[in-house]
Design a binder for this molecule. Structure first.
Ligand code: FES
Length: 168
């Protein structure tokens, strides 16, 4: 059992060679079981949890932009240093880890608190998914895809109608 005033020490882990994290790319890496997104923007390396705080999309599928870490699912952008969302729909921050780059290697700091925070996903959604049969989960995924396709089709139809109206 930890002492009440015991200091929680951050331990740095070598996660990659510097060349494995080029400008603009987001890498999916692991420290033990903790999944992290490591990116480089304007020469600086950053590390965050790999789950978007909106709907848990993997941030390693996104992009490291000069504004922040872009989630490819719905366009939220997160501040590299604070993890705060800069663009909706995400409203909650992602976990940010300390990073050192030394001797051509990238080191990411981790302690128990950071590890717990990084593993946390949308609690209600995770519970709901784990309690359901795969066929139900598939149905939910299909409905979400359908809604997104419907929105895109709606936008395209709206643009087309607008062009026709403009042409008249
Ligand atoms: S899951 Fe990332 S913006 Fe929606």
């Amino acid at each position: 059992m930890p002492e009440p005033c015991e200091e929680n020490t951050v331990e740095f882990h070598n996660v990659a060679r510097s060349g494995q994290v080029p400008e603009g790319v987001v890498r999916r890496l692991f420290i033990g079981e903790v999944e992290i997104a490591v990116s480089r923007s304007e020469g600086v390396v950053y590390a965050t949890s790999n789950y978007c705080s909106h709907l848990d999309c993997l941030l390693s599928s996104g992009k490291a932009t000069e504004d922040g870490l872009l989630c490819s699912c719905h366009g939220s952008v997160f501040d590299y240093r604070t993890g705060e969302p800069l663009c909706p729909p995400a409203t909650r921050p992602i976990t940010v880890f300390p990073v050192k780059e030394e001797d051509g290697r990238v080191w990411v700091g981790m302690d128990d608190e950071l590890a717990k925070a990084a593993m946390r996903r949308r609690a209600a959604g995770s519970r709901r998914l784990s309690a359901r049969r795969p066929s139900e989960v598939g149905g939910e995924v299909g409905r979400e895809v359908g809604r997104e396709v419907g929105r895109e089709v709606g936008r395209e139809v709206g643009r087309e109608v607008g062009r026709e109206v403009d042409a008249e």
